[in-house]
Design a binder for this molecule. Structure first.
Ligand code: 13P
Length: 252
């Protein structure tokens, strides 16, 4: 049985003080009434230290929003796996479409970073998804299949099973235009079939595939009810404790 995972990607939002307040509200609510879902939050790097102190010892886990593949070096502006670990991160988001579209991340880079994350003991949340043009050109499976293959290529079956895939159709991110539960399920089922082909049935049965793209309190339950949707990667709706917690509870 795959445990539901709800992850909040805070993107470039919240000062350290605001982040501390939001993390405290999330932690307090989740510890007060235990939730069956696994909960991960990914604040900006500048807030990781303070948020880490808030969630330490609680069921809320911490993720980086991206990372460099090297542990140190002359890479101005970057953050390393060692630094994320030092700040208490257990997870790292890799290959988010904003990183791919705005900051030149490639399939090759995601492949390398996924390997490094696993080597360092960080759970990679590997993001894949097609653009609107690609969907309209009926290229969804081709694009998602290519990104998926690259993200998992350097992982053994056991390692792949411990990773997390996030299917985030680019046209649904920040647009308020969510994939319908059926559209999400169709691609999630495809992803699981592809993983069965590349890494075997056991891995396909164990790996969690999250949906991301305008997940809100009012659509989360229907998305999470789909057979192959094992959680959500939430953007806008994770910036308020109330709406994020409603999504967390929708996964019960
Ligand atoms: P929104 O929920 O704001 O559409 O963002 C989704 C996302 O990109 C999460 O990583």
């Amino acid at each position: 049985m795959r445990k539901v995972l709800i992850a909040g990607n805070w993107k470039m939002h919240k000062t350290a003080a605001e982040a501390e307040a939001l993390a405290t509200a999330i932690r307090d609510s989740i510890t007060a009434s235990s939730v069956p879902a696994e909960v991960v939050i990914a604040p900006p790097f500048t807030a990781l230290d303070r948020v880490s102190r808030v969630v330490k010892g609680s069921p809320v886990a911490l993720a980086g929003q991206t990372m460099h593949a090297e542990d140190k070096g002359a890479f101005t502006g970057e953050i390393s796996p060692a630094m994320l670990l030092d700040l208490g991160c257990t997870h790292v988001i890799l290959g988010h479409s904003e990183r791919r579209q705005l900051f030149g991340e490639t399939d090759e880079g995601v492949m390398k970073k996924a390997r490094v994350a696993i080597d360092r003991g960080l759970v990679p949340i590997l993001c894949i998804g097609e653009t609107l043009d690609e969907r309209e050109a009926s290229r969804t499976f081709e694009v998602v299949g290519r990104q998926l293959e690259a993200a998992l290529r350097r992982l053994t079956p056991d390692e792949a099973a411990s990773a997390v895939i996030a299917y985030e159709p680019v046209w649904a991110i920040g647009t308020g235009r969510t994939a319908t539960p059926e559209q999400a399920q169709e691609v999630h089922a495809f992803i699981r079939r592809e993983i069965a082909r590349s890494h075997g049935d056991a891995v396909a049965g164990a790996i969690r595939i999250l949906y991301g793209g305008s997940v809100k309190p009012d659509n989360a339950a229907a998305l999470l009810a789909q057979a192959d949707v094992d959680g959500a990667l939430v953007g806008g709706a994770c910036l308020e404790a109330d709406s994020f917690l409603k999504i967390v509870r929708a996964g019960a």
